[in-house]
Design a protein around this ligand. Structure first.
Ligand SMILES: [Zn+2]
Ligand SMILES: [Zn+2]
Length: 344
């Protein structure tokens, strides 16, 4: 089969046409990939930055990629509830199901987690093997090229619905695909006002399209604008999806006392914040968000798609052949791309 390998611990990738189709274990299903998409993580792996060097080196050579939608073509004898012909996406956190976290309903922060396309062979291929527990059955009407983007939507669901948003003012920092989905979810779920912050016009346009009410660039005047837009009291909810330390400090600064902060962004370095004034005295609730709740986030994401209240297809800016994957990475580097979908 065709597969995209990270074959050497350096920048780049290798496309191989003679890769063996994975042999499934008894607990796995074999998925014929209909569409796979590029995530920020894949870009780190492709470019071989510091994170990738530290995290991935021991796994090379292997097949990367983790966002997927495809059809089940084989099932192992120990699988349950998944049958040949099902259209599935993959939850990318492969949990152990026997640690403390897994046994207490927190499989998304499993102590022994393995990540699809990071620790085990991934989805940039014609076929991928995944544990049956990780196969999420899609509505048959959802095309593969849209269903593949559900994994980032699931991240947005987890972040947005970490607390209430109906009737509340929400500021969201970072308008990549997850931030844009978060804006769309807040709007659909009845937020009073959704304020989107990002330095790029291209991304703010998507936020607007998904229902953001106020679009701001972090230009120094944006904090004043956020206060004005929230009647001088500040937003009740702040979602940090940018991974920028400035954004986190800004968000905490304007947050309304008693407000909620949910942080999905990954920061390159430890961040200094005014804990005393902006968290303790404000009585702020600050939460970290990792992955998707298994599988609550998936049910919620699927419900928003099914109801038509969120049109995920609008996020897909590129549909390329899997062999054109490098073009996809170029498009993402240019800053003029949201979700790049690859079809084998
Ligand atoms: Zn992803
Ligand atoms: Zn576990």
């Amino acid at each position: 089969m065709l597969a995209v390998w990270k074959s050497k611990p350096e920048e780049g990738l290798e496309i191989k046409e003679d890769t063996e189709v994975p042999k499934i274990k008894p607990n796995e299903v074999l998925v014929k990939v209909g569409a796979t998409s590029i995530c920020g993580t894949d870009k780190h792996i492709y470019e071989w930055d510091k994170w990738a060097q530290e995290r991935i080196t021991k796994n090379v050579p292997y097949i990367f990629g983790h966002e997927v939608s495809g059809e089940v073509v084989d099932v192992g004898e120990a699988t349950r509830g998944i049958k040949k012909g099902d259209r599935v996406s993959a939850e990318t956190h492969i949990a152990c199901w026997h640690c403390f976290q897994c046994k207490t309903g927190n499989a998304h922060i499993c102590e022994n987690v393995k990540i699809l396309g990071v620790d085990v062979d991934g989805t940039f291929a014609e076929y991928v093997a995944i544990p049956w527990q990780n196969a999420w059955v899609n509505d048959p009407s959802l095309p593969h090229w849209v269903a593949t983007a559900q994994e980032p939507l699931g991240n947005a669901v987890h972040t947005v619905f970490d607390g209430e948003v109906a009737g509340k003012s929400v500021v969201i920092f970072g308008m990549g695909p997850i931030g844009v989905c978060a804006a769309g979810l807040c709007h659909a779920a009845g937020a009073e006002k959704v304020i989107a912050v990002d330095p790029q016009d291209y991304r703010l346009k998507f936020a607007e399209d998904f229902g953001a009410d106020v679009l701001l660039k972090p230009d120094g005047k944006h904090l004043e604008r956020i206060m004005e837009e929230t009647g001088g009291r500040g937003p009740e909810v702040m979602l940090e999806i940018s991974g920028s330390s400035h954004a986190l400090r800004d968000g905490l600064e304007v947050l309304r006392p008693g407000g909620r902060v949910s942080i999905l962004g990954i920061f390159k370095e430890p961040v200094q914040v005014d804990v005393t004034n902006n968290i303790v005295f404000k009585g702020a609730k600050v939460h970290g968000i990792n992955g998707r709740k298994m599988f609550e986030s998936w049910y919620t994401a699927a419900a928003f798609l099914k109801s038509g209240k969120l049109d995920l297809s609008k996020l897909v800016t590129h549909r390329l052949k899997l062999t054109e994957i490098e073009k996809g990475f170029e498009a993402l580097s240019s800053g003029e791309a949201m979700k790049v979908v690859l079809e084998p």
